[in-house]
Design a protein around this ligand. Structure first.
Ligand SMILES: [Zn+2]
Length: 296
């Protein structure tokens, strides 16, 4: 996509230099909503009886006995984020997508006489403390409703390209736009309604979760439409987003893990569903076209 490099967003929190949320496995729950891909690593880890989740995020644990880097200075609690030139560009690109998507949501909310509250994007490495508890990179990108922040370890994008076969800058943008879709659900109150419904109707838990995820995909599509109208899209961009949406669909994840596909256990939606709803948002650009709860 064509984008303007305006430097880091004011809604960006760069925590790549911090030591993160500690070890001891990531905890699910706390209302976090992710992109779905992390399940692959968990399942593969079980299948191969090896902990592959540590391979994410570029941070392999070094063996014991490795000396601390000589450059570490006593008394400086937070080392600066170490960032390659390529990663700096990615940070600015994420900043552009964040600001552009949130400007678009501000406009949409204003048209409906509602107020949009901006989310923040936290970049981290390996592990992070959030308003929804501690998380590790292996959990994939996610949104925490409690602190209204999107959390992304940029290492996930290597994974998206290599392991999920979904390369491209617009695939990366789709991931952030999807997480911002969860923020919109939080601001509108849909997220709270859904949690209440899930407690009242435990049998519909998964179906409701799928509806939430597909709506976030549809909202990502709405931003895609806005980017297209602004003349920002290049050939192949939408295909990149669709490929990413498809790659992190639950049925693909089941296929990769070699297990039987059981729709009732889906929590994010199938590849076809995810592509359909992204497209619906992209084709219409309308929030009311994203009612994934209509049949529920
Ligand atoms: Zn999601």
């Amino acid at each position: 996509m064509k984008w303007d490099d305006n430097g880091p967003s004011r809604d960006l929190e760069d925590r790549r230099g911090e030591s993160g949320g500690g070890r001891g496995g990531f905890r699910l729950g706390g209302g976090r909503m992710g992109i779905g891909g992390f399940i692959v690593l968990l399942v593969l880890s079980v299948v191969f009886k090896t902990d592959l989740t540590g391979a994410l995020g570029g941070g392999t644990e070094s063996g014991s006995g490795n000396p601390e880097p000589a450059a570490s200075v006593p008394g400086v609690s937070t080392p600066p984020a170490q960032s390659s030139a390529g990663e700096d560009t990615l940070v600015n690109y994420m900043s552009f997508v964040l600001d552009d998507a949130q400007q678009n949501w501000t406009r949409i909310f204003t048209e409906r006489n509602a107020q949009y509250e901006r989310a923040r994007l936290v970049l981290f490495r390996d592990a992070v403390n959030t308003g929804c508890g501690a998380a590790e990179s292996a959990a994939g990108p996610f949104y925490c409703p409690a602190d209204q922040k999107v959390y992304i370890d940029l290492g996930f994008y290597d994974d998206l390209r290599r392991r999920f076969g979904a390369p491209g800058d617009f695939a990366q943008a789709y991931v952030l736009a999807h997480e911002l879709g969860h923020h919109v659900q939080n601001v509108t109150g849909t997220e709270r309604q859904m949690r209440r419904l899930q407690q009242q109707r435990p049998g519909d838990r998964n179906a409701l979760s799928v509806a939430m995820e597909l709506q976030a995909d549809c909202y990502a599509g709405i931003w895609g439409k806005h980017a297209q109208e602004a003349g920002k899209l290049e050939a192949g961009d939408i295909e990149e987003a669709l490929k990413a949406a498809s790659a992190v669909g639950d049925d693909r994840i089941s296929e990769m893990s070699g297990s039987a596909i059981r729709p009732e256990s889906f929590t994010h939606g199938s590849a076809a569903q995810r592509m359909t709803w992204f497209r619906r948002g992209f084709d219409t650009g309308r929030v009311d076209a994203c009612d994934t709860f209509a049949d529920r």
